[in-house]
Ligand binder design. Sequence first.
Ligand code: DAT
Length: 178
Amino acid sequence: MLNSQRNAPNILITGTPGVGKSLMSRMLSEKTDLKWVDVSKLATENACLDEFDEEYQCRVLDEEKLLNGMENLMNEGGKIVDYHSAELFPERWFDIVFVLRTDNTILYDRLKERGYCGKKLEDNIDCEIFQTILEEAKESYREEIVHELMSNSLEQLADNVLVICQWVEQWKIDNQQN
Ligand code: DAT
């Protein structure tokens, strides 16, 4: 059993930057007893970032150090992991995976507002057009646990949060430890 150690589920929220992972993770952590793990923030706090990559304008991630630092947290269960890649983590960590999707024009505006421009902006829009993270997720986890969710509007966000909250409650009923 993948989740035999856990008394609450672990959820991965993934997708291209700007699709709304942080906002959804924060809302979920407020509405459930699950804890939000912002992987980019964790990587910075735990000194898992190495030298600066000029092409991608960001620092290179020390993946092994990051994953080792997350292992105990994930084994506890009850975590909402928010990260813009799906292939980094061990499959056994997650009970369900949500890939957030946003229409290109809406995503473009959100990333512009965030100050992205040039190659960084183009690469992220391409990432969404080519469904890169969705494909990654389907290759990294059992397809039946990977779900695509549209996140264009706040209405969609609220609906998605509601459905996930219901799923968490059902998971707890189905996985009660006697
Ligand atoms: P991510 O964590 O995926 O990079 P975010 O949560 O920071 O994205 O959201 C990016 C911006 O878009 C932020 O200003 C909040 C807004 N946003 C997120 N989800 C949204 C939604 N479903 N509808 C409208 N705006 C949304």
